[in-house]
Write a protein that binds this ligand. Structure first.
Ligand code: 13P
Ligand code: SF4
Length: 297
């Protein structure tokens, strides 16, 4: 199956990008795995004709925003992000009408239509840098309240918060961390900024998904409790064969990130199925907020 995918990719002049949460067998067949920021940058630089995006809808949409001349395939178009669905262009317009005029910083986990209304995008890897780059003291940060609270603690800016969250990361409780720490007392606890503040307060380090892989590779520690979606354990173990990684909770598994199968990738490439598109006016407006972020990277 993997050889078939590699052959199809070659014949279509396509590349396969997989988010760090994808099933292990998909990560293994991909040209590149990464966090949202790395995958956006890779998409913006490729000379392939086709990008097969294994992740969720907003990630494929970001590739379309950056690469309008390429065909972007999402092998399961129903793979979405519940957090991204917690804000719409209409609900954002309504909130903005209630606030004094201010810039909007939007997490890439959002629709193209919401990005189009935003000043700049951010990811979990660069949120503090993005907030500090804003030439204005106050800003609205959408849609993840946990990411916004994390940023607010690390900047002097005043951040207005949108009340969205990742239902998986947000469900994590301090008791889960305590239970994991009791079993693995020597392990370093790494947490993703989408976790709630009481969980982040217990973390030894806070990083994006790829930030965790880098940290674990550079750390002298031998074992780690992983405070993010369980798919990351695959990349962590692969990059660090001698080290041990334990999920903080086995229920931190994003059902949307686990929808795509190897069969879906074959079908998508054979029939060019799952094309993601964005209306041109929205794409152009969204591009300026995504590009503004990439220029900071
Ligand atoms: P990263 O940008 O850290 O990969 O996170 C994306 C995501 O969806 C986290 O839930
Ligand atoms: Fe969205 Fe959470 Fe899944 Fe990431 S893990 S794609 S934020 S639902």
């Amino acid at each position: 199956m993997k050889q078939k995918i590699r052959d199809l990719l070659k014949s279509r002049n396509a590349i396969l990008l997989a988010h760090n949460y994808q099933p292990g067998e998909i990560q293994d067949v991909a040209d590149m795995t990464g966090d949202s920021l790395e995958l956006s940058i890779k998409a913006s630089k490729t000379d392939a004709d086709v990008i097969v995006f294994c992740g969720v809808h907003f990630m494929a949409e970001t590739a379309v925003i950056l690469c309008p001349d390429k065909t972007v395939l999402l092998p399961r178009t129903d793979a979405g992000c519940p957090m991204a669905d917690m804000i719409t262009a209409e609900s954002l317009k309504k909130r903005l009408s209630e606030l004094p005029e201010m810039p909007v910083v939007t997490y890439v986990n959002s629709s193209a239509a919401v990005k189009a209304l935003s000043t700049i995008c951010c990811t979990s890897a660069n949120v503090v840098k993005v907030a500090n780059s804003i030439d204005h003291h106050e800003m609205l940060m959408t849609p993840d309240r946990n990411l916004a609270l994390y940023a607010a603690e690390r900047t002097d800016k005043t951040i207005h918060i949108w009340d969205g969250c990742c239902p998986y990361h947000n469900a994590l409780k301090p008791e889960d961390v305590t239970a994991a720490r009791n079993v693995y007392p020597d392990a370093v606890f790494m947490a993703h900024p989408e976790c709630p503040p009481d969980v982040l307060a217990m973390a030894d380090v806070i990083h994006s998904t790829s930030g965790m892989i880098k940290f674990a590779s550079e750390s002298k520690a031998e074992s780690f409790i992983v405070g993010t979606e369980t798919g990351l354990l695959h990349g962590l173990s692969k990059a660090n064969p001698g080290k041990r990684f334990y999920p903080v909770s086995t229920s931190l598994e994003c059902a949307e990130m686990k929808k795509i199968t190897l069969n879906d990738i074959v079908r998508s490439l054979e029939h060019m199925e799952g094309k993601v598109t964005v209306p041109e006016d929205i794409r152009r407006a969204a591009l300026s907020s995504v590009e503004r972020m990439i220029q900071l990277a």
